[in-house]
Ligand binder design. Structure first.
Ligand code: MG
Length: 280
């Protein structure tokens, strides 16, 4: 079992920190907690993609607005508020867009269209499928990584740590995004929501399959993600550690089950090697 220390986001006298100050405090406390103890290196790091490696807002908010406009135009109804509420936009918060598969998103939007318009479910599903299928997030020029992901991957690879991505996004979007950002060559395993055998997070099967295929004992692997689904998948799979990051949709309260909380995934390099990191 890996020996990560849990990072607490409360002061020593129990004072609750403001949300604004949580990020800096987490980083300061993280460094303090790890001054004298270096955790054992994992043999495998499984990363969530959106909100963990890729800036969630730059990738999915433009897509959500585009899909909302398409559905409104097709139905000739203003459903934008309800659609964005269901997806978890305005502000971006934990919700379907961050935690659901595309099929789950389409199911919920179909229900919304049926309730709002009274049309048949099959017809509504067809309209929703057409509206969501056209939005290719990987082609957006606004996509950016959270910190220097390439440097982190290189560091981990130099120390023979295998790298995997487990995402609720589709494979074509995921592969195109990784290629666009020139990150694909570092990844040993990519597991996406439309791959055979994928079960929506937080089911542990995804983590177990990745570990099995890469011949890594689950206790020698860690999971890094920005949602409860990521953290709970890691915990239910018995991974060495569930690492939450505050760079996506989740705050510290939301990610309370995590074994460790970091401001962003690239802080792992500080944890393992103690080197300074560049900011996003
Ligand atoms: Mg995420």
């Amino acid at each position: 079992m890996l020996s990560f220390k849990r990072i607490l986001l409360v002061t020593s006298n129990g004072r609750k920190l403001s949300q604004k100050g949580l990020g800096n405090f987490a980083a300061q406390r993280k460094i303090k907690d790890n001054e004298n103890t270096k955790p054992k290196m994992p043999k495998l790091v499984i990363f969530d993609k959106d909100g963990t490696l890729i800036c969630f807002h730059s990738m999915w908010v433009p897509w959500a607005l585009e899909v909302s406009n398409r559905v409104c135009m097709r139905m000739n109804m203003d459903l934008s508020s309800a659609i964005l509420q269901e997806l978890g936009i305005c502000p971006v918060r934990p919700g379907l867009l961050a935690e659901g598969t595309m099929d789950q998103i389409n199911q919920v939007l179909t229900g919304l269209v049926v309730r709002s318009s009274g049309i048949e479910s099959n017809q509504a599903r067809s309209i929703v499928d057409q509206c969501t299928a056209g939005g290719d997030t990987a082609t957006k020029n606004s996509i950016k990584t959270i910190g220097d992901i390439r440097e982190m991957f290189e560091k981990l690879q130099q120390h023979n740590t295998k790298l995997a991505i487990c995402t609720m996004d589709k494979r074509d979007n995921t592969v195109h995004t990784l290629e666009k950002l020139q990150l694909g060559k570092y990844i040993d395993y990519v597991f996406c929501c439309d791959d055979k055998g994928f079960v929506p997070k937080p089911h542990p099967d995804n983590a177990w399959k990745i570990c099995k295929d890469l011949r890594i004992d689950p206790t020698d692997a860690i999971m890094v993600g920005d949602t409860k689904a990521d953290i709970n998948m890691a915990l239910s799979a018995g991974l060495g550690s569930a690492v939450g990051v505050l760079s996506g949709v989740g705050c510290s309260d939301y990610l309370a089950n995590a074994n460790m909380l970091l401001d962003k995934a690239t802080d792992l390099v500080d944890i393992f090697y103690g080197s300074a990191q560049q900011s996003c």
